[in-house]
Design a protein around this ligand. Structure first.
Ligand code: SF4
Length: 890
C-alpha cells in the first residue's frame, strides 16, 4: 500500500482487512484505537482498492471493446457473460440474437462512457496545467459582472421613472410572503423547475467512489488534510460536502444564522429564479413580481467551480474561498462534482438522512461508504430521526399561522387554505394532547396531570383524533410550499420592532395590519389569551428558526411505521413547558437502505467495543446477512509496557468498591475514593483525570471531601479542577489545567501537577485528548450505568426484549444497559493514550469490572494488559513502580 512513511504492522493489517472487505462487498466493523493513524490507514487502504478496481475495470472494458470491435459477431455469449445459461424454451438462434444485441448495446454504452470520461479527464488536465484557462474563466466572470452591473443600473433608472403609483393593494415586497399556488405531486402533470431542468443537463455517470463521513466539521477537515498529505493527495478527485450554513457565500443569506432559515431562503430564491424565468416568458399575460435571486447560483460559474474542485483536493474552507473568488455557490458547485468524484467527504446527516441524501444528489448504488468515528452511530441515527416540540412552540405556531391566514385569506388559493386549516387543526389537537388549549397563553395554563406517557404512533394519532389526516401529504405540502419560511417572513415583518422602521407610506398601510394584529391580541387578552408572535430584532445576528419549522420535523417523524417509534407526551408544570417527542426505537430502518444499496459499508472508530450493538441492533435488524459482516480490531501502536490498566476491588481501608445507587452515597465509599486519590496523587506525576458517573455525584463527593478536609489534603499535591457544566467554559478550564501541569513540571516543588474531576459522557469524555502529561492516569469511579428509570430507556428495553433474541442467556435489555455503560467507560479511558510514545495508567474502581460479561467489553488492547487487584496495596505498588520506571526513562 502506498503510505507516506513505513506503516506499523497494525496499519498494514488494517489496510489489508479493509481492502479485503471492500473487494468482497462486506459490511465491516473496524476498530483501531486513536493514535494509531486510523485515518491514514483508511485513506491508503480504501484508495488503493479504488485505484486497483478502476484499473481492473479499465482492462475489462478494453477487452470488451476489443471484442466488440470485431463486428456484430465478435462476441460470443460465453465470452460476454460467462455462466449464463439458455433462456428456457427459446430456440438457440433467438437466445443468441438477444444476447448479441445486449452485448452490442453494452459495447455502445461503454464507448459512450469512455468518451465522456476522456472529455472530463482532458478538461481537468487542462485546468490543472493551464493557468491561461483559469485566467480566461476569471476574465469571463469579470465581464459578466460588469454587464450585470450595467443592466442593474439601467433597470434602476427605468424604475425610478415609473416609481409612483405602481403599488398594489398589498405592499410590493409582501408578495413574497404569499404562498404560491400549490399542486401536490399526483396532481402535477408536468414536472418543471430549475433544479429538474438542470439535472437533465447534469446527468452524468456516477463513477465508483468512496463516501467518507464523520461526525463533526473539524473531523472532516482533518481527514481532508490527511488526504492532502497522503500519496493520493495529488491525483484524487475529492469533493467536500457541507450544509448551506458551512458553504453559503451569499452574505445576506448567511446572516440569517439558523440552518433552516438559510435553507429556506436559498430554496426560495431558486424558486424565484425559475418563476422569474417563466414570468419573463409570459410577460404581458401575468403581473410581474419582483423576486430576489441569488447571484451565486449561476450554472456556468458553478461548472467552473466544479472543475476546480475536482482538479485539486480542497477542504470546506478552501471551497468557500474558491466560491467567493469565482462568484459561484460552493454548496451547489460541490454537488455538481459528486458524479465524477472518487472520494466524497460529507457529514453524517447528509448520508444517514434519506431526504437530505437524495436532495444532495448522492447515489449509493454499488458505492462504498465509510462511516468514521462511528462509536455513537446508533444514537446518531436515532437523534437524526427523532424530534421534539414544546407546548409553547405549538401554541406560537398556531397563533402565527392563524394570523397569517386571516391576513392573506382572500389571496390564498383553496388548496393552500385547506392545508393551512389542516395544520392548524393538527396544532390544536397536539396542544389538547398536552392538556391545553391553543387559544390561551401556554405559559399560564397549568397542566392537571403531570408526568410522562409513551404512546405508539397509531395510538397517538387515534387519541389526538388526527388519524383521518394524511400526514404524508401535509408533510409534502410543508416541504414544497415553503410555508414555514413564508410564515417566518410574515412574523419577521409584522411581529416586532422591525416594522417600526418604515417609510410613512408603508406605515400607513401597516397601521391597518398592526391594528388588525392588535385586535387579535386584544381580543385574546379579553379572554385571558395573549399569544403574540415572537418579536424579532431587526439586526439579530442569529435568528431562531420559526416554531413551525420545528413542528414540521415532528410531523415527518410521525410518518414512521407504527412499530418503529413512540410518541412521548411529557406533561410538566404548564402547557408551555410540556412537550411532545418522537422517539425512534429502531434506527435500523433508516440504515437498511444504505447497507442494501452500497457495495460495501465500513463502520470504523477508535473504540467500537462492545460491537454486539452494531451487529445486532443495527446490522441484523437492517437485514444484513451475518455472513456479510466482518469485524476487525487492531491493537495499539504503543508497546505493552506503556500502559497499566488495573481493576481495583477494594480501597486502602479494605472497603469493597461497589458504587451502586444504593451504596455509592455512603460516607465510607466517598471517603475510600478520596483516600485512593490521595495516595495516587502522591506517586503519579503530571495530570490525573478522574471520571465520575454524573455531575450530581461528582458534586456530592466534592462537597463531602470539602467537609472532611480531604480536599485540602488532595490540593496540597495537585491543583484541583472541576469539569464545568457549560460548554463555553470547557476551553478555559482545560487551558488552566494544562498550564498548571506545565508549570509544576518546570518548577518542581510539592505540587506535582493537577487533578481534573470529570464526568462520563460530559464535555470532556469525548473529543478531548489527555495526551502525555495531561493524563498520566485516568480513574473511573464506579460504573456509569444509564438511568434505567428514564421512560425512554425503559421503552427501548421493552422493545428490544420483544424483538431481539436473548444473547448468551442474557436479556437484550440487560445487554443494552451494559453496553451503554461500557461504551461510556471505553470512550473515557481511551482519552489518555494518544500516540506511540505516550504512557498512562488506568484505574477502574469497582469490583464488578471483573465480571466476564463486563470485562470482555473493554477494548482488546486494554483488556489484554489489565490486572485485577483485590487489594489496594499491590495495586499501589504496581502503579508506583510503573510511573517511577517511566519517569526514569524520560
Ligand atoms: S445558492 Fe448558494 S450562495 Fe446562494 S443562497 Fe443558496 S447556498 Fe447561498
Amino acid at each position: 500500500f502506498p503510505f507516506p512513511y513505513a506503516p506499523y504492522r497494525i496499519q498494514e493489517q488494517f489496510m489489508e482487512a479493509l481492502y479485503g472487505a471492500l473487494e468482497a462487498g462486506r459490511v465491516g466493523i473496524f476498530e483501531s484505537p486513536t493514535g494509531t493513524g486510523k485515518s491514514l490507514s483508511l485513506i491508503c487502504g480504501a484508495l488503493s482498492w479504488l485505484r486497483d478496481w478502476e484499473e481492473k475495470r479499465r482492462q475489462e472494458e478494453a477487452r470488451l471493446l476489443a471484442l466488440g470491435a470485431g463486428g456484430p459477431d465478435g462476441l460470443t455469449p460465453q465470452q460476454a457473460r460467462p455462466g449464463s445459461g439458455d433462456t428456457a424454451g427459446q430456440p438457440d438462434w433467438v437466445t443468441a440474437f438477444v444476447r448479441q444485441k445486449e452485448e452490442r448495446d453494452m459495447v455502445d454504452r461503454l464507448k459512450e462512457e469512455q468518451i465522456r470520461r476522456k472529455k472530463r479527464e482532458d478538461r481537468l488536465e487542462k485546468i490543472r496545467h493551464n493557468v491561461q484557462l483559469k485566467y480566461a474563466a476569471k476574465r469571463k466572470r469579470c465581464e459578466e459582472d460588469e454587464a450585470k452591473r450595467l443592466l442593474q443600473l439601467s433597470k434602476e433608472a427605468l424604475s425610478q421613472g415609473a416609481a409612483e403609483g405602481v403599488l398594489d393593494q398589498l405592499d410590493h415586497n409582501e408578495e413574497e410572503l404569499i404562498l404560491a399556488e400549490y399542486e401536490s405531486d399526483d396532481e402535477k402533470k408536468v414536472v418543471s423547475g430549475l433544479e429538474e431542468d438542470d439535472d437533465d443537463d447534469l446527468e452524468e455517470e456516477h463513477v465508483t467512489k468512496i463516501y467518507y463521513c464523520s461526525r463533526t466539521h473539524s473531523q472532516l477537515s482533518q481527514f481532508v488534510r490527511e488526504v492532502q498529505k497522503s500519496p493520493f493527495g495529488k491525483d484524487t478527485r475529492l469533493v467536500s460536502l457541507g450544509s448551506r450554513q458551512n458553504l453559503c457565500v451569499n452574505e445576506e443569506v448567511r446572516r440569517l444564522g439558523a440552518l433552516q432559515l438559510i435553507n429556506d431562503r436559498c430554496m426560495e430564491m431558486q424558486k424565484n429564479k425559475h418563476e422569474k424565468k417563466s414570468d419573463e416568458e409570459n410577460e404581458g399575460k401575468k403581473r410581474r413580481v419582483s423576486h430576489t435571486v441569488c447571484p451565486f447560483y449561476s450554472y456556468e460559474q458553478m461548472q467552473f467551480l466544479r472543475d476546480e474542485v475536482l482538479v485539486e483536493v480542497k477542504d470546506i474552507e478552501q471551497l468557500v474561498s474558491l466560491g467567493r473568488e469565482t462568484k459561484a455557490c460552493p454548496y451547489y458547485g460541490s454537488r455538481f462534482a459528486i458524479p465524477a468524484a472518487q472520494l466524497v467527504v460529507l457529514p453524517y446527516q447528509m448520508l444517514l438522512h434519506e431526504p437530505t441524501r437524495n436532495a444532495a444528489g448522492i447515489k449509493l448504488k454499488d458505492q462504498v461508504v465509510i462511516i468514521d468515528e462511528a462509536h455513537n452511530l446508533i444514537d446518531t441515527i436515532t437523534c437524526i430521526h427523532s424530534a421534539e416540540v414544546s407546548g409553547s412552540q405549538l401554541c406560537c405556531a398556531h397563533s402565527q399561522l392563524s394570523q397569517y391566514m386571516e391576513r392573506y385569506r382572500k389571496r390564498l388559493k383553496a388548496k393552500n387554505l385547506m392545508y393551512i386549516k389542516q395544520i392548524l387543526y393538527l396544532l390544536e389537537r397536539f396542544v389538547a394532547m398536552l392538556g391545553g388549549n391553543v387559544n390561551q397563553n401556554p405559559g399560564c395554563q397549568a397542566v392537571s396531570q403531570t408526568g410522562t406517557v409513551l404512546k405508539s404512533i397509531n395510538d397517538f394519532l387515534f387519541q389526538s383524533q388526527i388519524d383521518n389526516i394524511n400526514l404524508f401529504k401535509v408533510q409534502r405540502y410543508c416541504e414544497k410550499s415553503l410555508i414555514s419560511r413564508k410564515l417566518f417572513g410574515f412574523v419577521e415583518r409584522y411581529g416586532g420592532p422591525a416594522s417600526a422602521v418604515k417609510t410613512n407610506k408603508e406605515n400607513q398601510k401597516l397601521a391597518g395590519l398592526q391594528n388588525f394584529l392588535l385586535t387579535l391580541q386584544q381580543g385574546s387578552v379579553k379572554e385571558g389569551t395573549l399569544q403574540s408572535p415572537p418579536v424579532e430584532a431587526e439586526h439579530d445576528q442569529v435568528r431562531t428558526a420559526s416554531p413551525l419549522m420545528q413542528i414540521e420535523g415532528f410531523l415527518s417523524a410521525l410518518t414512521n411505521a407504527n412499530q418503529d417509534g413512540r410518541v412521548i407526551l411529557n406533561r410538566q408544570g404548564t402547557v408551555g413547558q410540556s412537550s411532545l417527542k418522537f422517539l425512534l426505537l429502531n434506527p435500523a430502518v433508516h440504515f437498511a437502505k444504505v447497507v442494501e444499496e452500497c457495495r460495501a459499508v465500513i463502520i470504523a472508530g477508535g473504540t467500537m467495543q462492545p460491537v454486539a450493538d452494531f451487529r445486532e441492533q443495527l446490522l441484523c435488524c437492517a437485514g444484513v446477512d451475518p455472513a456479510r459482516i466482518v469485524e476487525f480490531s487492531c491493537g495499539h501502536v504503543i508497546p505493552p509496557e506503556n500502559i497499566l490498566p488495573i481493576i481495583l476491588c477494594s480501597g486502602p481501608s479494605n472497603q469493597q468498591l461497589e458504587f451502586t445507587y444504593q451504596t455509592r452515597d455512603l460516607p465510607q465509599m466517598m471517603d475510600e475514593t478520596g483516600r485512593i486519590l490521595c495516595n495516587l496523587c502522591n506517586v503519579i506525576p503530571g495530570g490525573v483525570v478522574c471520571f465520575f458517573p454524573s455531575y450530581e455525584y461528582e458534586k456530592q463527593v466534592y462537597g463531602h471531601w470539602e467537609q472532611t478536609g480531604l480536599l485540602s489534603r488532595l490540593a496540597a499535591k495537585k491543583k484541583i479542577f472541576q469539569e464545568p457544566k457549560k460548554a463555553n467554559q470547557v476551553e478555559q478550564v482545560l487551558v488552566e489545567y494544562a498550564k498548571c501541569i506545565k508549570r509544576c513540571s518546570q518548577t518542581g516543588g510539592q505540587m506535582t501537577g493537577a487533578l481534573l474531576l470529570s464526568v462520563v459522557g460530559g464535555k470532556m469524555s469525548e473529543g478531548i485528548n489527555f495526551s502525555d502529561d495531561l493524563g498520566r492516569c485516568v480513574i473511573m469511579v464506579g460504573m456509569p450505568y444509564p438511568n434505567i428509570r428514564s421512560p425512554e430507556l425503559q421503552e427501548k428495553m421493552t422493545w428490544l426484549d420483544k424483538t431481539m433474541p436473548r444473547a448468551a442467556g442474557q436479556a437484550p435489555s440487560r445487554v443494552l444497559i451494559e453496553n451503554l455503560c461500557m461504551k461510556a467507560v471505553n470512550q473515557s479511558i481511551g482519552r489518555a493514550i494518544r500516540h506511540q510514545k505516550d504512557f498512562a495508567s488506568i484505574l477502574l474502581l469497582d469490583h464488578r469490572y471483573t465480571r466476564p460479561a463486563i470485562f470482555n467489553k473493554l477494548p482488546q488492547w486494554i483488556r489484554e494488559r489489565t490486572q485485577v487487584k483485590p487489594a489496594f496495596g499491590s495495586a499501589f505498588a504496581e502503579l508506583r513502580k510503573f510511573h517511577r520506571g517511566k519517569l526514569d526513562a524520560l
